[in-house]
Design a protein around this ligand. Sequence first.
Ligand code: UD2
Length: 287
Amino acid sequence: HLIAQTHSKQNRSALPLCPEQPPHLVGKMNIKPSITLQEVTNEESLRNLTYGGRYAPPDCQARERTAIIIPYRDRKEHLDIIVRHLHTVLQRQQLEYGIYVVEMALPTQFNRGLLANAGVRTARGISNYTCYVIHDVDSLMTDDRNLYRCGSQPIHFMTGSTKYKDDGIPYYGFHGGIVGFTPEQYKKVNGFSNLYFGWGSEDDDLGIRVQTSGMIYVRPKEEIGKYVALSHARDVGNQESPNSFGLVRNVPVRQMEDGVETIRFKRFALEYQQLYTWLLIGVKEDE
Ligand code: UD2
């Protein structure tokens, strides 16, 4: 198997670079919050995958190698839909990519930032990615010109969501949902904080990290960055993060001691499934 992989890598480096503008994009897609598994499934895109939900364009060298990292627990219906949607769209975008579903093991409270960091640590050990996209499980892009490539600044891919008033964003300075960092940028901000257990504010904390590291978030054009949110209730066991108010006030003080490079986690499972790579993550207690 490894030999086959090496060969295909060698062959790929002889391929021409994929065009700057992927030629098969369709632009605006008709996505509804009630989209069904059947509607979202494109069998051909699923046949193109290799183990762990990975893909590389067959006839050109991708301009980006993107790891999609989905912090996750107990939303199987959404997960089934989003991974199929992503496979269809990301192949049209001519990316080389892998999807990583990073699941929190019970009974630990959900911690989106810690899961993102654990996903990055794992993905970077598996392949030489050039872009990490941290992605909500319930948000579907509605325009495939919203390319999941990274840039010279971190990217906030969402200019609006059906989750919010007028399909916009909830407040100025909002950076939730979907963000993209090169490995260098992610290292510079030291990733997410690992301290936000429960719902909320880990995205604001990351926004402050971006600022204190001398960078700014950029967004795609307004009409391209719209998302459809699959509906859900606040999850049991994901109460508002109790310490978040205090934490967001002292980000610069702990930024370098609390993040992707200092995370302590247990990886209970790593499985190369057909549509994605699945990780089961727990928090490492002090010995
Ligand atoms: C907002 C942000 C999200 C995050 C969150 C606060 C948007 C579009 N998104 O989402 O990025 O900052 O606030 O933490 O504004 N999840 C599970 N299972 C759970 C709980 C969460 O899988 O039990 C994952 C899942 O990927 C979900 C994400 O965490 O999409 C965010 O959680 P949410 O959807 O409950 O929170 P929401 O919609 O307010």
